[in-house]
Unconditional design. Sequence first.
Length: 656
Amino acid sequence: MSDLFESVPAKDSYGAKDIEVLEGLEPVRRRPGMYIGGTDENALHHLAAEILDNSMDEAVAGHASSIEVSLSAGNQLTIRDNGRGIPVDPHPKFKNKSALEVILTTLHSGGKFSGKAYATSGGLHGVGSSVVNALSSSLIVEVAKDRKLYRQNYARGLPQTKLEEVGGAPNRRGTSLSFVPDTEIFGPLKFSPARLFKLCRSKAYLFRGVKIRWNCDPALLKTDSDIPAEAELHFPGGLADSLAAELGEAGMVLPEIWAGEAKFAPVKGQEQGKLEWALAWVEQGESTIDTYCNTVPTPLGGTHESGMRSALLKGLRAWAETRGNKRGASIIADDVLGGLRAKLSLFIREPQFQGQTKDKLTTQEANRLTETSLRDRFDHFLAGDPANADNLLAYVVDRAEERIRRKELKDTPRKSATRRLRLPGKLADCATENAEGTEIFLVEGDSAGGSAKQARNRNSQAILPLKGKILNVASASGEKLRQNQELKDLIEALGCGTGANFNRANLRYERIIIMTDADVDGAHIASLLMTFFYRELPELMRHGHVYLAQPPLYRLTQGAKSIYAMDDSARDKVLKSFKAGAKVEISRFKGLGEMPPAVLKETTMDPAKRTLLRISAPPEMRAETSNLVDSLMGKRPELRFQFIQENAGKVTELDI
């Protein structure tokens, strides 16, 4: 054992002289990644965010109303506010240095630790300004305070001049900080006008009381033509304005953005901050959740986002229970957040972030504050508008059931983006390669399929015969759905997949036309197909791809004149139009298979003469539609019995 500790002659001496002590801001220059995450483009723009955050803290604290951000030649960025101005008097601990110099040259110095100068602020780590100074080849700071103007120059963290009073400033107050990032650290990287403008705009949205004036040298905008050289950014609507601008014309589940603000209860007379939000659920597209703490973006979320997730999930589950909707029990947070576009802004005292770049909020109290405040307002919001609350619940329940189906169902994915893929043997495909202008008719049985194949336009119309009544997907298990050959053939023919593999761009036909007999059985088959599209391929309905053909039930002939009637009432009207006394021959079509191909083409398949009904599921009727499908097609027969009892009185004729 002693051999392990046997003395080995040292090749090099190692002593006290080898221990380095980095002073001042030298650690920042040696290891910038520890403070700003690296030396790439993101780190470069983090410098701008650090200084802008200081000015925003002044605005949020009520001491500044205006901020100017200017990008000029030489990669010089200037940020100026009309706040109180950084203190310039001697610091009590460093008698030979002003407070300004201490802030700019000493890590972990600032006025935000005690909470006395700032109740809520984004720069609580006390390194922002000093890090920017350390990583700048030139930094000029001006402070207008007590009607006087002070200035001091720095380079790479070291003062180049003393703090000097350079004149009077009777009409000016606040801090102006102008800096050039050091090429020794960042190389040839330059500030992006687009990123800076977006940063300024997001800050203006986050605090509706501030005006941010943007200026950029026009010569720097050659690659950012959409960015103005000058702009004043001020948004009285705050987060709601921001979200509305991002949503554009996107279809929303609720008719309006839900936005609000909640102040936290004071503790021992001390303000604790507030919460602001703007939420919208969209019919299409991915979820985007932008969170902030004290105007600092937190792209990795954190405890405030967790609080929001809990508030929305618990609120919708409680609403489902209130409405007796048992399907709501299957909801999880991912269902609620799916399709959600959210802006969440939290203001609290002494926030804690993960790392100096502040990408994630870790303050545990933020979870409780956010959940409690948002849940209370969300409950009131739902109760105040039951119709839209039901629509939102139906939307989320649909997502939950889709998630469950995706887990159970193995899709038959599209094998190729071209039309040269394996197709069901029963499919009589059309010749046109592109989907535009093409149609697929879903017909009932081989007999009707035969007539339809003879009547079609082979160039643009495809025919897929189905064997009678397909599976009722509203009441069938995932296993039955997987094994059903008719539905597998249908999904394969359409080519767009289902569930997680759905891609509308791969749909092989522009129109999907359900063509069944004009009788009770035909209506039942059409109902089953509509249920399939509503549950498994709702996007096709929402985008107007699904139609119902309208074949006639009767043909009335008098001499050489023939007129087709859709139903009994139409038949009676047509009879009145014929000459009185002359014999009228009335033929009732037993089904599409009994209809001559020429008649089927003329009445039902020719785009110039036919009538189609487009099937849609309007978002504003989501809850009503979902309940109706559950009642008529779901697993609970008592709901169908109740529907029959409530609507039996409306029936005037029975086709037996």
